[in-house]
Ligand binder design. Sequence first.
Ligand code: UT7
Length: 329
Amino acid sequence: MNNLRSVGIASVGAYTPAKRLTNFDLEKMIDTSDEWIRTRTGIKERRIVENGVCTSDMGVIAARMALERAGVSPDEVDLIITGTATPDMFFPSTGCIIQDKLGASKAAAFDLEAGCTGFVYSIAVGAQFVQTGLYKNVLVVGSDTLSKVTDWTDRNTCVLFGDGAGAVLLKPVPEGTGILSLYLGADGSGGELLKIPGGGSKHPANKESVEKKQHYIKMAGNEVFKFATRIMEVAALEAIKRSGLTVEDVSCFIPHQANVRIIEAAAKRLRIPMDKVFVNVSNYGNTSNGSIPIALFEAQEQGRIKKGDAIVIVAFGAGLTWASSVIRW
Ligand code: UT7
């Protein structure tokens, strides 16, 4: 036996902007239809931030909620990890900006980029600090404003995304509860399938990069779809195997909310009935790093997750990356 502490999710917070963009609104902007979007993705509407609102603004609201629910004050936080693909800026990190806005002056802070998988990767990284005993309160934030990097004239991508944030507080928990397993993976050879090519050191921002729309999401939708359905099954099964449980022991699956058809296909491969799978993609679209914590928050609020339940969180995203975890609530 090792002498690592057990770590679990003490509380969850979430935030989504008030402004709704429905499929009917999109019909007026591009050549699409509510029927196409609903049948191909399951999405009915998504939330979009007001001008001037950025990733840290949403993240800090979700973070505050998570801290309040755990009864932990900002100055008790040891570390803030922010999973995001749309940081406020290159640097300082969005984690540091959130640290300042929260007043979490004793916390270390950094960002973690793993596409839409960043939140689950961040949980895995944060968990290590609690397990080793180095830290007691680790705040993990997932926040993205994909609306800012979406080409609103590209119907192949713009119908899919929305803005949102969530946060969890990781704390020591009694043995046998909390995070029972973790599994992370990556396949960099698939990096071209989902990317924002411009603005980095390879294609620095200039007039040409703007004209070529290199600062927007580029995606090979079909390829990502095939990868996603396969990897959701593989990742969920691996986390379950590592936890020592079986698929039947799991009472609620919380998958990354990208497309209801991806979720249904993965559930079918896993032979899980859809009533054990939490789905809210119809209301928010794909909120990237916000997706899993928002779903966790709503699942808990709706009584879909109760104390003692075994749940699975499983995500995939740009990189390509994937990650999963079994958690005893
Ligand atoms: O976090 C990871 C993020 N990414 C994802 O999860 C995306 C994964 N991929 C998908 O969800 C799906 O591939 C999409 C929803 C993006 C597309 O669904 P699809 O069933 O794979 O459609 P398709 O790309 O094969 O397109 C079918 C047709 C095409 O027309 P033609 O070439 O057959 O005439 C598209 O041009 O649908 C057309 N189309 C649209 N039509 C109306 C594509 N987007 C739209 C649209 N409205 N918004």
